[in-house]
Write a protein that binds this ligand. Sequence first.
Ligand SMILES: Nc1ncnc2c1ncn2[C@@H]1O[C@H](COP(=O)(O)OP(=O)(O)OP(=O)(O)O)[C@@H](O)[C@H]1O
Length: 67
Amino acid sequence: AALDAGTLLASRYEVQAFLGEGTFGKVAKCADTVTNTKVAIKIIKDDPFFTEQALEEVEHKLFIYQN
Ligand SMILES: Nc1ncnc2c1ncn2[C@@H]1O[C@H](COP(=O)(O)OP(=O)(O)OP(=O)(O)O)[C@@H](O)[C@H]1O
């Protein structure tokens, strides 16, 4: 499956462990092979409603971080 350890996501994030599941989808601990840092990657459910909600969440967080 997509969240098995060792799977490379988006040609960059190597899955290390499954962290948990929320309303929007699943979260995996990954190694960013470009920056060599650890990141949490959220894989959004394949559904237009959740995709739209997730994009809005990202925009809200960017707004908060930049202000
Ligand atoms: N940065 C992180 N580090 C460690 N675990 C995480 C991280 N982000 C998410 N998780 C795990 O993944 C789960 C799902 O996270 P997610 O953000 O999708 O949902 P949530 O905020 O817990 O709940 P919901 O989206 O349903 O309100 C969390 O409950 C947690 O166990």
